[in-house]
Write a protein that binds this ligand. Structure first.
Ligand SMILES: [Zn+2]
Length: 122
């Protein structure tokens, strides 16, 4: 007999609180891509890393497969989020983020400098 639990309790992943989300525009503040601005394509909360368009691009050698001819492909590799800052289009630079509650109770991220709201539309 299979015992059925009423609630599925999954252990919560040890998530790091990230100041970045998918589709954010960010600036790289250290490393070989310093100063580059790109869009966050993917975040890895547990690893504290993110993939940013055009940043930390690595060349990968692909073996030919029946589906592709192989060769070298360029792909952005994950970069640690401590190397990234949110890009503020008003300040035209990487900025620190502050949190703010709107009248409807929702929490948004704003630019600490100019108050621009960053919340990306889902
Ligand atoms: Zn700003």
């Amino acid at each position: 007999m299979i015992k059925r639990g009423t609630s599925k309790r999954l252990p919560k992943p040890n998530e790091v609180k990230l100041h970045l989300r998918k589709n954010d525009m960010v600036v790289v503040i250290t490393g070989k891509d310093k100063g580059k601005i790109g869009k966050v394509l993917q975040v890895f909360p547990r690893r504290g890393r993110a993939i940013v368009e055009g940043v930390n691009v690595v060349k990968k050698h692909m073996k030919p497969t029946p589906r592709s001819s192989g060769g070298i492909i360029e792909k952005p590799a994950p970069i640690h989020i401590s190397n990234l800052m949110l890009y503020c289009p008003k300040c035209k630079r990487g900025v620190k983020v502050a949190k703010k509650f709107l009248e409807d109770g929702s929490k948004v991220r704003i630019c600490k400098k100019c108050g621009e709201i960053f919340e990306a539309k889902e």
